[in-house]
Design a protein around this ligand. Structure first.
Ligand code: IMP
Ligand code: MG
Length: 181
């Protein structure tokens, strides 16, 4: 039987330090106007709450539910909106806040959907990026960390809904359990 192991890839301290840097950059890039931050549920919730508090300006927050993955590690390739926004995006500067860009299928789809709602501008902030895995093009304006092609959990990211509340981002590894005799 396989046993799971957690190996820290990015520590909680490193995550927080990088979010402060991103907050500074975003505050400078959007000095005025309404900034709508859209959190993609559920994985980006932790990143969203820390990133919004790292900004030195006012923001509007909203939430969107998207599902692409089933309960495992592989994408179904199908995108479904499970919860839509509450606030209109017309004329607004929009910043989509996502946990990780993997194949790019989710964000590529979402950019098209949200673009039709006539925002003034639309950009993406993603805590993690796995560029090797890209199947669809996505331009990410604010990237926390580029990571190799490994499955990670923690700080919002899950495996079958587990591990979201870990403070660090960890690689989920499977190791063979010792054979019992
Ligand atoms: P994409 O559409 O393939 O870019 O997938 C994006 C979504 O897949 C993310 O929002 C995550 O929910 C999920 N995902 C991709 N890679 C990982 C991972 O390493 N750990 C946990 N979730 C992941
Ligand atoms: Mg997600």
């Amino acid at each position: 039987m396989a046993e799971t192991n957690l190996r820290v890839l990015i520590s909680a301290d490193k995550i927080q330090a990088r979010i402060l840097e991103l907050g500074d950059k975003i505050s400078k890039d959007y000095p005025t106007g309404n900034l709508h931050m859209i959190c993609i549920l559920k994985g980006a919730v932790f990143f969203m709450t820390d990133l919004t508090r790292a900004l030195k300006r006012d923001v509007l927050i909203d939430f969107m539910g998207i599902s692409t993955y089933g309960r495992g590690k592989t994408s179904s390739g199908e995108v479904k909106v499970t919860k839509d926004l509450d606030i209109s995006l017309e004329g607004a500067d929009v910043l989509i806040v996502e946990d990780i860009v993997d194949s790019g299928i989710t964000l590529n789809y979402l950019m098209h959907v949200l673009d039709q709602r006539k925002p003034r501008s639309i950009r993406i902030a993603a805590l993690l990026d796995k560029p090797e895995r890209r199947l669809r093009p996505v331009h990410v304006s604010y990237v926390g960390f580029e990571i190799p092609d490994e499955f990670v959990v923690g700080y919002g990211l899950d495996y079958a809904e587990k591990y979201r509340n870990l403070r660090d981002i960890c690689v989920l590894e499977e190791s063979a359990a010792p054979v019992s005799v």
